[in-house]
Structures are given as C-alpha cells and as structure tokens.
Design a protein around this ligand. Structure first.
Ligand code: HSE
Length: 435
C-alpha cells in the first residue's frame, strides 16, 4: 500500500447508481483501498438536487455546480453518473481537458460521441473506463476489450436491457398485458428516467453500438443499427410463440453476412433451449463468438443500482492502480480507429420468421396468403390455425413459420397480403433467432 498517496474522486450524479457507489464506499472502503494499493477519498459529490446532500458522509464536500469539480486540481478521477448526452458530454470532455481520468456509466454519450471522446482521451493521455455502460454488473467490456482481444469477433448478441426483459418476463410468466407489466417494473429503479428509451430499443441500441465498436474495432453509429422496440408486443404472440417452443426476447444482434456487418435491435422468437430463453427479469445475457475462442456466454444482473455500482467501483480501482503505478492514461483503454465497416441493410439479410394474420374464418384464405408469399419467394415451413387467446369478435389467427427468407421479400409480400379482403388486421412478423 502506497500510504503517501491518496487518489481523490468526484462523483457527479447521485441517482440509483451514484447512491449505490456511495454505499459501497461506506461499507467496503478498506477493501477497496487494499485493492487500489493507496488511500482513496471521495472528495466531492455533485448533484443538481440539493436534497442529495443527506447521502454524503465523512467530510465529503457537496455541490450542485459541476464546474467546481472540473476546476478542482486535486480531483484525479471524475465519475460521471448523470446519464443522457448533455451536459454529460461537456462534463466528460472538460474533465479530460482539466487533466482528470473518467469513469462513466453513460451508454448514450459513448455511443453518440465515441470518436470525439476517445480521441480527446488520447490527446490528453487520460483514461476513460465505462464497464457499467453495458450490462451493469457483467464485466463484458473488459472481456471484449482485453480477454477476447486475440480473436476476430464474428458476432455479438445480447439481452442488453433489463427493463424490457422484465416486462417480457412478466408478460410470459403471468400473462399480463404490456401496460400492467410496465407499471409493475417502474418503481424497481432499473428503467431509464424516460422509460421510452428502454421500450423503444434505444437503450439496447446504445449498448450494441458500444459492444460492436469494441468488438469490430470501428465506431458503430446508432444510425447504422436497425432499431425496433417492444411497444407493439401483443400477449397473443407471446402465447402462440410459447406453444411452438419459443420465448419472445428483445435482442441486440450483430454479425457478418456475406462479408458485410449487420446490426439490429428487435424482438426475436428464441427457442426454449437457447441460452437466452431463461434470462429473465432484469438479467442480461450476452453471447459473443470469436474466431478462436468460439462462443462465450455471459449472464448476470444487467440493471439496478448495486449491479451497475459494482462495475463503477471496479473501474475506479483500475484507474487508481494505474495512477499509483504512474501509467494512468499512458496506454489507451480504447483506441479510436477511424475504420469504416461495410454495413448491410438489414432488410437484405436472411432469416426465419413468425407471421400472424387475423383473417376471416372461411375456405381459401390460407391459399390466398400462401400464394402471395410464394410469389415473393417466401417459403412456408409450418402453418397453424390457433384458437385465439381472447375471443375475437371477427376472425381467427393464422400463424405461419417461414423457411429462411430475405426480409425484404417478406415485407413486400406482407404489403400485398394486407390488401386482401379476407385479412382483418395488420399482420405481425417477428424474426426467429438461431444460434
Ligand atoms: N434502463 C437500463 C436497463 C438500465 O433497463 O437495462 C441499465 O443500463
């Protein structure tokens, strides 16, 4: 232990993660210091809400003005936990310019400004650690960045959002509606301040962008990711999927198809024997395929104050050790490489699909649908006419599973099917995940 040196931190943002970090320090300070090899002090805590002052202890200073932190020459590490893009981006970049290392849990700012943030860190020889930005307590960033560095990464797929996974788990297990499930999870401290970031797939896309940028050594921008959320999920599809041996999960999925990279966030039917099928509630699961290591699966709590704080505290320890050993910022944690990937439009990709139509219950309906699908080269693997979950006033559900098909062709066929007079409601199609 270097008892002459004290590393000083400032924490900006005392929400569920920030307050958990404070509690961990309160409880485990001695163990943390042993791991760092030096003394460690939370010098300042900053939050725009003055009532958060009641959470601090042992002479830590409180401020509502983050500029005080940035300009304090004694602060070695700024821990940014406010989330969102502004003023988080300004806090991170100004802190680096003022000579501070950064720990952040902020997936939005990293996915939006990956290039600028890492170029700046490089220029000022500062380190930016961000383990908590993806999958909270699961050390997937370090694994991808360091442990799997000896591989070409071939695919990255994950349940990356605890909130949507909790909603889908409740709908599956308790057959409750989307709205009921959403209400039930809103007080658990896992959803974003604006829950639409979770349910629209945006949060998953930010995390997929970060993992892919590390894995494929090129900044994968949000605009290159096809993003669909779970807002339109219907209980009947969960129910039908189950009856065929599948569960519905929101996955961030990326990989290589015909030498091009693809990135998508969408609902998938996952087979019940898939590694993803039993990842429930706020848990996340990530499957990474490397050219040499094969497939590796990570699972654990992907949301929640303490799960994320676990990663934040680990990052603080890593940086503190680097500072003590006088290597902090000398080697970049992430090199920004201005390489362009060849990106595939997701609709050009092929996949297997689940289709649901609500149609009149009369002879010849299936033939009409099958005829259009055939014209667009969509081949049917199986057909089911299921009892509706709730009695419909008019119509019956017809469920089809397809063979491998180009999504573009399927969309064209569905557009035509919509115009059939026997089809009563908009059709639903969901991709099927195959490992
Ligand atoms: N709202 C996020 C989630 C928090 O539900 O996964 C963790 O990033």
């Amino acid at each position: 232990m270097n008892s002459f040196k004290t590393i000083k931190l400032a924490i900006i943002g005392i929400g569920s993660v920030g307050s958990s970090v404070l509690k961990i320090f309160q409880k485990n300070k001695k163990i943390i210091e042993e791991k760092c090899g030096c003394r460690i002090e939370i010098k300042t805590v900053c939050d725009k809400d003055p009532s958060k002052q009641k959470l601090i202890f042992n002479g830590t200073k409180f401020t509502t003005n983050y500029n005080e932190v940035l300009k304090d020459p004694e602060i070695d590490i700024v821990v940014e936990l406010i989330g969102g893009i502004h003023p988080a981006y300004e806090i991170i970049s100004e802190s680096v310019k003022y000579g501070k290392h950064i720990v952040t849990a902020n997936k939005a700012v990293l996915s939006e400004h990956w290039d600028k943030i890492f170029l700046l860190a490089n220029k000022y020889n500062k380190t930016i650690y961000f383990e908590a930005a993806v999958a909270a307590g699961i050390p997937v960033i370090q694994s991808l960045n360091e442990g799997l560095a000896g591989n070409n990464i071939l695919s990255i797929t994950g349940i990356l959002n605890g909130t949507t996974n909790y909603i889908l788990s409740l709908m599956t297990q308790q057959k409750c509606s989307f709205d009921t499930a959403l209400k039930r999870i809103q007080n658990l401290g896992i959803a974003e301040a604006d829950v639409s970031y979770d349910i629209s797939g945006y949060d998953t896309a930010c995390k997929l962008s970060i993992l892919s940028s590390l894995g494929y050594s090129s900044w994968v921008k949000l605009k290159d990711i096809f993003i669909e959320g779970i807002e339109d999920i219907e209980l009947q599809d969960i129910f039908f999927a189950e009856s065929f041996g599948y569960k519905i999960k929101l996955l961030g999925h990326s990989g290589i198809y015909k030498n091009k990279y693809f990135f998508e966030v969408r609902k998938f039917l996952v087979p019940k024997n898939s590694v993803f099928a039993n990842i429930n509630n706020e848990y996340n699961g990530i499957l990474i395929e490397g050219s040499n290591c094969g497939k590796i699966f990570f699972a654990g709590k992907g949301a929640g104050g303490f799960a994320a704080a676990s990663a934040v505290v680990s990052d603080i320890i890593c940086i503190a050790k680097d500072i003590i050993n006088a290597v902090g910022g000398r080697a970049q944690y992430v090199e920004y490489i201005p390489k362009k990937l060849d990106i595939l439009n997701i609709k050009e990709n092929e996949g297997y699909f689940y289709l649901r139509f609500i149609t009149l219950d009369k002879a010849g309906v299936l033939a009409k649908i099958a005829n259009i699908l055939g014209r667009y080269n969509v081949s049917i693997a199986s057909v089911y006419q299921k009892e509706p979950l709730l009695k419909l006033r008019r119509g019956v559900p017809i469920i089809l599973l397809t063979h491998k098909t180009k999504e573009k062709n399927l969309i064209s066929a569905i557009k035509k099917i919509k115009n059939l007079d026997v089809v009563l409601k908009p059709s639903v199609y969901i991709k099927i995940f195959s490992e």
